[in-house]
Design a protein around this ligand. Structure first.
Ligand SMILES: Cc1cc2nc3c(=O)[nH]c(=O)nc-3n(C[C@H](O)[C@H](O)[C@H](O)COP(=O)(O)OP(=O)(O)OC[C@H]3O[C@@H](n4cnc5c(N)ncnc54)[C@H](O)[C@@H]3O)c2cc1C
Length: 488
């Protein structure tokens, strides 16, 4: 295999050309850095260009803490606090945004942007400033010397390339495309379909953790929406066949049982995570006529009737019947025991109609309405994954941290207690070691773990704000590295 070398000791290397990576790349250039961007796919854009372009996050920071309590408070603050500045920055580059801040899902606020135009714009700005984009070029591993990042190894068209750098930004988009990692951390991959680009296979996560980086909490959580099972679609139709109306429905699995509160947490993505853990990751969302004109996802204004019509048009399974008995009888053709399904729906209705909703198991906190207005409709749904919420453990400056126990090897700080100490007071494992940043390593976007954690606070907003921070940090490091080089 031919071996070539690019970059230099004052170069920033950004791995991944989605919103997080391109934002980091342009921001590092603004600091004065020389930047090289590696993109595994034949084109930049990743999952970002498949998105709805709603740049939103929670309207109040307190909501992030109460709805996503296991997410990292400092990272959630970073997203919440810097989203307005980050959007202003995008506008200053020429991005066109919707004029008003729309309410989203009842607890968010956001503005729309055309995601394809946004990526093109960032790409053009990056090239115009002298940046280099290497397409079909995949980060393979990190190079380190004495605990400091010195560059990456990348694969491009059969060649192994060494790219020297003083700072590396991981923005490879998460590990949802990697069946082995899904099995290790989340669920049998057979239970999920991919609702994302197919290039994000955890390369940033694997490269960084294999040199000692820490994995974040929330590795078993992910964002996505259930899709119409059996539908035929291209990547441009992912939104069209997303079944956003789960929280308006009664959701049952293939055993005919309700399996969670359909209205839990920040929205439909919680239901989708529970669905993934049901047999085959499949089930049915059942609605009556009263739900058909309701807005299923605020900010997108898609009503249930349109969503179901699109599911049918794409070849999905939507059953319609005038009675719950007939609906459940029809479900048997799809492997659902009709008597069990009917008992589930009757039990649900009985609790709601008798004012005993608090006694429902599983519970139902919101949308406490019975299935009472025929016709009834059931759409077969399949759990889907858009991105993994867990990833690399970073601090509020997006610096990737050493795994506990590794930091003492390289970080020049005293470690207060030895791991094997047995005669001191009992301490938790987390208290035992300080987790220090790995010099020169940053993560942004879906590679930055534990911003969202089961609950969701906006993928584009997270990518944009962490991209800004990572680019700014990496860029400053590169400028300092250049200044410290001996003059020739
Ligand atoms: C249908 C749909 C609708 C959505 N709608 C919204 C919405 O309206 N609002 C919202 O906030 N979020 C939305 N999202 C989520 C949002 O798109 C993502 O959270 C966001 O785009 C992630 O950005 P990123 O830069 O981290 O990842 P990506 O955009 O996926 O970029 C990662 C890039 O890294 C590249 N890569 C992977 N491995 C390597 C490697 N080894 N070396 C180099 N490059 C590599 C990939 O090819 C890819 O280009 C939606 C997603 C989907 C699928």
């Amino acid at each position: 295999m031919e071996h070539v070398q690019w970059g230099g000791p004052d170069t920033v290397v950004v791995c991944g050309g989605g919103l997080a990576g391109l934002t980091a790349a342009v921001t590092a250039q603004e600091q004065g850095a020389r930047v090289l961007l590696l993109e595994k796919a034949p084109q930049a854009g990743g999952t970002t260009v498949l998105s709805g372009g709603l740049l939103w996050t929670l309207a109040r920071y307190e909501e992030a803490r109460s709805k996503i309590p296991f997410g990292d408070a400092a990272l959630q603050w970073l997203v919440y606090d810097s989203i307005d500045d980050a959007r202003a920055w995008l506008r200053s580059l020429g991005a066109k945004m919707g004029p008003v801040e729309e309410p989203v899902l009842g607890h968010g606020r956001g503005q729309t942007v055309d995601p394809v135009e946004m990526i093109q714009l960032l790409h053009e700005r990056f090239l115009a400033r002298g940046g280099t984009v290497l397409l079909n070029t995949a980060l393979a591993s990190l190079d380190m010397s004495a605990g400091v990042v010195t560059g990456v190894q990348a694969l491009t068209e059969g060649r192994l390339v060494t790219v020297r750098a003083c700072a590396v930004v991981m923005a490879t988009g998460g590990f949802q495309g990697n069946p082995e990692l899904l099995l290790r951390y989340i669920v049998r991959p057979e239970n999920l379909v991919l609702r994302a680009n197919r290039w994000s296979t955890g390369d940033g996560f694997l490269a960084a953790t294999s040199v000692g980086a820490a994995a974040s909490p929330g590795l078993d959580t992910f964002y996505g929406h259930a899709l119409a099972a059996g539908a035929k679609y291209g990547k441009a139709q992912l939104r069209d066949i997303s079944q956003y109306h789960g929280r308006l429905s009664v959701a049952i699995n293939l055993l005919g049982e309700r399996f969670t509160d359909e209205t839990e947490e920040t929205g439909d993505e919680a239901l989708n995570q529970h669905l993934a853990r049901q047999p085959q990751g499949r089930g049915f969302y059942i609605v009556d006529e009263s739900a058909m004109e309701q807005v299923a996802i605020q900010g997108r204004e898609a009503i249930t009737r349109t969503i179901l019509r699109r599911a049918v048009a794409a070849g999905g399974t939507v059953i319609e019947a005038d009675t719950l008995e007939d609906l459940c009888a029809a479900l048997s053709a799809h492997g659902v025991p009709p008597s069990r399904a009917l008992a589930t729906l009757r039990d649900y209705n009985a609790h709601i109609e008798s004012g005993q909703a608090d006694a429902l198991v599983p519970s139902r906190v919101l949308n406490r309405v019975p299935l009472a207005q025929p016709p009834y409709r059931a759409v077969m749904v399949q759990a889907a994954i858009t991105f993994t919420m867990g990833g690399l453990l970073i601090d509020e400056r997006t610096r990737v941290l050493w795994r506990a126990g590794t930091s003492s090897t390289f970080a020049a700080v005293p470690v207060e207690r030895a791991y094997i100490e047995t005669d001191g007071p009992a301490v938790s494992v987390g208290e035992d070691f300080r987790q220090m940043p790995i010099r020169g390593l940053y993560a942004a976007g879906n590679d930055a773990g534990n911003i969202s954690n089961f609950g969701y606070m906006g993928g584009l907003a997270s990518a944009l704000t962490t991209g800004r921070m990572a680019g700014s940090e990496a860029g400053r490091m590169a400028v300092a590295a250049r200044a410290s080089q001996p003059a020739v």
